[in-house]
Ligand binder design. Sequence first.
Ligand SMILES: [Zn+2]
Length: 364
Amino acid sequence: MYMIEMLKNLVAIKSDTESGANEALRYCSTWLTSHDIPHQVIENDGRLMIHAEIGQGSTTIVWNGHVDVVPGKIEQFNPYIEGDRLYGRGTADMKAGVAAMMEAFRRISSLKDQLQQRIVLHIVTDEETGGRKTSGHLVELGHSGDFVICGEPTHLKLSVQSKGIVQINITFLGKAAHGSRPWEGNNAIEASYAFHEKLMTLPFTTASNSYYEYPSINLAKIQAGDRYNVVPDHCEVGYDIRFVPGQKWQDILQQMTDLARSINPLNTVKVRGKSPAITTTEDNSFVQTLARITADVTQKEAILFGQHGAADTRYYAKTGAGAIEFGPSGDDWHGPEEYVVISSVKQYADILTKHALTRNHLNI
Ligand SMILES: [Zn+2]
């Protein structure tokens, strides 16, 4: 129960603000110090993060966990246990992952001589607001690895892939006219509507792989028109597209640009932001070892799947690391009844420890 007590203390720190998340991070630092675990506390733009490493060898595994949480009701920062569940904001997402990582790190610290690889522990404080200032910063400092586990709640299943993101803004141009004589104008809102219908028939929309049936397309923003008696000559729309690993955002952009210009050659298409897909494959040797150990510990077949959202994995994946999301069981994260399954937290710490002590080989 020792680890669960530490987790409860961590959950009780209201870390839904920058200062709260830093306070939770300092708690982790104090805990590591009390167990004689050397580590660095690094600051970037007001946000704190921890970097610790142990062991040696030609391969490096990074464990990454965040202690910031999404806002919760005040009573959610008063964690309580009911049966095999620990309730509270951030229990599942993802202070349980952090607590288990710290505990596993403590265990391997006392078994240093058996380690045949480096294990790096990263505890960060801005995942819920994008992760750029802490996980992004750690990667910029050169602290990546061959394999990265982000301890997001996944029910002890291995999320080896996640979709990439491309956000695209399109400006449709038309011709203004008086609203009583619309046939003399060219309605830009109607042009965007025609575009949206045809968009769904473009070749990129049917891409799939063994984890995803298709990319997702969200028409997220639209801005046009300011008067009833005017035909709008201008309409701006914004799409958020989550593409399947293996797809190229450039192809998506090209297909959308061709379609927009076929409606009016003056329409413009711009990329507002993008993030690569996570494309770790099941033949990654770290994944294979982890799946085997997970099956051993849980006495169930290990399950590999693809996540729809993105996490801090993306920063590490940019360096070529195999990056996965893998964490304990729970439910209702970001909701009012968030909990983590206590037995799964213990299994998770066991799995991480065994995986760290098992020799892995790089796929060449
Ligand atoms: Zn999370």
